[in-house]
Structures are given as C-alpha cells and as structure tokens.
Ligand binder design. Structure first.
Ligand code: PLP
Length: 389
C-alpha cells in the first residue's frame, strides 16, 4: 500500500489531495479497500456512480457494447448514441443533444450555443453570459470564467472574457445587469453544488425565467451535479417550473463512465451547423450504452425513493449534536457541522464511511439506489462523528 501512495505522489500531477485509502472493488454502495476494510459510500465518486458499484444492469449494458463496438468517431452513425439522445429528449421535451465527455465540455457547448444564437439574433457584440456568484461550471479556461468563485481563477488569468456574475437570489442585481448589458445567456445551477449545496429561491428562479423570456436570452441550466435523478426529479429545474433553452449535464448520467451532454431546446436546437463544434470521443458507444441503461431507470418510482431517502437523512441530522443545519434536495445534501467539515469527513473515513465536502459543509451524494439499511448505518456513523468533541 505504501507503494501506491509513493508512486502516485511521484508520477501523478499534484492536483489532488487524496485521502489515504486505495480501493480495489465495490458492490452496491459498499467499497472494499486494499487493506480489506469495508466502506459505505455516501459520495458516489462525486455523484457519478448513480446505481453504485458492479450494478448488474449497468455492467451488462457496458460490457455488451464494449465487446462488439467500442468506438467509431463521429464520422459515422452508431445506435447507442442516438438512442440515448432520443431518450433524453423524450424525458425533457428538449429537441437535440450534443455529447461530450465531461461537465465542463457540456457547459462549453452550452455557452457556444448561447453565444452563436445571440450573435446571429442581436449582433456580434452580444456575447456576455451572466452566471451566479458562488457557482461552479468547470475547469477549462472558459468554464472557469463562468465559475463565480475567485479562488479558482487565481494564477490562471486571463480567462475567457465575456462573463458577468451576480449574487444568487439578487433579483434586482440580475435585472440591472440584463438592462445595462448586451446579454447572450443566463446560466444557473438550481442547487449550487460545489458552492455548498445551496438551492436558489423560487422567486429568483421566476425572475431568471421572466428576464430570459422577455429579452430573448437563452436560459442555460447547469444540471451536471443536480441532474439525472439526483435531486428527486429527472432534472432539478423541473421542480422550479423552469423551461430552460439549454441544459448541460454529466456526472451521474454515465453511471461511472465519462459522458457529458448539452440538451438543446426549441430556441437553439438548430443553431449549430457542420463544423461548428465537435468531440472525438463524444457520443462514444460504450459510454452511451451505460448512460442509456441509467436513463431508462430514471422514473417516478425511483425519484420518490430518492426524495424519501433525502427526507430521512435530513430528519436524522437536523438538530443532532454537532449539526448546525441541513440543506439540499433529494439525495444532494449539505450538512453544516460544528466541527470543520474536513475533520468530520476524516472521522467518517476512519469509521468506514465516505463523505464529501463542499465549501464549509459535509456533502452527501449517495447512490440513488442505496439500500435503506446501509444508508441508516452510514448516517448513524456520521451522527456519531459530528457529536464527538
Ligand atoms: C462537477 C461540475 C462541473 C464540471 O464537471 P467536470 O465533469 O468535472 O468537467 C460543472 N458544473 C457543475 C455544476 C458541477 O458540479
């Protein structure tokens, strides 16, 4: 084990402060460490492994596709890619899909679609995208520019120009920004994930929708983390009654393989023409087969289970010793703890439970199908760690 830690430190770029544990296998919501220790996973690889580890349906879909055709490039047609796009459109009412390989790429496509639409409609000087302070949209230089958190910007300037940030829930600020500038798009997360699991208010969502509609501004909802059942509906914007023009998603969509998608609504469905955008790996048949098996299981029965488990976690933690508050929707939960979030996560890891942090909160993103008894065991551990002085 010392070996893997040392060699990782020697050969892997210094971008990740990893926890001192290496995993070898998993089943459902339980992982096995190299030391043979059992861990309950409340993080899903940051909301990626939607149905846990070694899920039978997902594994079958992926291995079956890998054994017949793993890649063709986008020069040719393949069936998993179009089947997935069709399923996503049918579940959302969106009209066309562009596939990339990550959340950042989904957002890059969303931004390009909004810019091209607005430039054609309103002129080449209409390129500015409004996003929210405390948002997170990715690590490429353009999605960093979209990200409204300065900590991620330092050292990497200049970023792509053409982004303005307003505070979430600042309705007046948003109105003023839209009035005073030529705006090509408004981009929001309904629940700011990396920002600390903070849902926007209903009133603010209404204002965003109204401004976008009145001014013919494409509305982009970033559902990279909130999407694909995570918050207890197909996408979180549905619970806010929003009708976005572009939806970006990734993370949980692939169930564990890299895939990102930009879903394009009526307004922008035909904004791109040949050569405008592309991705060598985008729409990869293996990733799409896995994602299709995930999307086919996202139904109202699962969503109500997700909401129910989310309620269970909130009720168990609200008012518990060492817990100051609980936020979030469905199985996307932030816990404000008296102790530093990192100390709580470290304590849980020692006791065999994996949690995440988001800013100053402990963040929970368990598999959508985590069994109730496994969840209860992990929540008890988390409660005990929060209560320890
Ligand atoms: C994780 C995340 C991204 C970036 O996704 P990557 O796959 O890491 O590029 C973008 N937006 C939101 C809301 C995210 O949570």
């Amino acid at each position: 084990m010392a070996n893997i830690f040392e060699e990782d430190k020697k050969y892997i770029a210094n971008t990740y402060a990893r926890f001192p544990v290496a995993f070898v296998s998993g089943s459902g919501s339980v992982l096995t460490g190299e030391d043979g220790k059992r861990y309950i996973d409340l993080g899903s690889g940051i909301g990626v492994s939607s149905f846990g580890f070694a899920d039978r349906e997902w594994t079958e879909a992926v291995t079956k596709q890998a054994s017949v055709l793993q890649h063709t490039s986008n020069l040719y047609y393949t069936s998993p890619c179009v089947s997935l796009a069709k399923a996503l459109c049918e579940k959302t009412g969106m009209k066309k899909v562009f596939f990339g390989n990550s959340g950042a790429e989904a957002n890059e496509c969303a931004i390009k679609a909004a810019r091209k639409y607005s430039a054609e409609k309103k002129g080449g000087d209409c390129f500015t995208i409004v996003t929210l302070i405390n948002s997170f949209h990715g690590r490429t230089l353009t999605t960093l520019a979209a990200t409204g958190q300065d900590v991620f910007h330092k050292q990497f300037l200049p970023l792509t120009p053409g982004f303005l940030h307003v505070a979430a829930d600042d309705r007046e600020g948003l109105c003023r920004t839209v009035e005073e500038n030529k705006i090509a798009g408004i981009m929001i997360e309904c629940v700011q994930g990396e920002g600390g699991v903070v849902p926007i208010s209903r009133e603010f969502a209404d204002t965003v929708q109204r401004l976008a509609a009145e001014n013919d501004i494409p509305l982009i909802v970033d559902e990279v983390q909130t999407g694909n059942g995570r918050t207890g509906s197909m996408y979180s914007y549905m619970q806010y009654g929003l009708t976005p023009d572009i939806v970006s998603t990734a993370k949980g969509l692939g169930g564990g393989l890299p895939i990102g998608a930009a879903l394009l609504g009526d307004k922008v469905a035909d904004v791109f023409t040949y050569g405008d955008h592309g991705s060598t790996f985008g729409g990869n048949p293996v990733c799409c087969a896995g994602a299709l098996s995930v999307v086919n299981r996202l139904d109202e029965k699962l969503f109500s289970e997700v909401r129910e488990k989310g309620r269970y976690i909130k009720e168990a933690l609200e008012g518990a010793d060492g817990v100051e508050g609980v936020s979030g929707m469905g199985l996307m939960i932030g816990v404000k703890t008296v102790k530093a979030a990192k100390a709580v996560v470290d304590g849980c890891l020692k006791r065999g439970v994996l949690c995440l942090t988001a800013k100053d909160k402990v963040r929970l993103l368990p598999a959508l199908n985590i069994p109730a008894d496994v969840l209860a065991e992990a929540v008890e551990t988390l409660k005990a760690v929060c209560a320890e002085v």
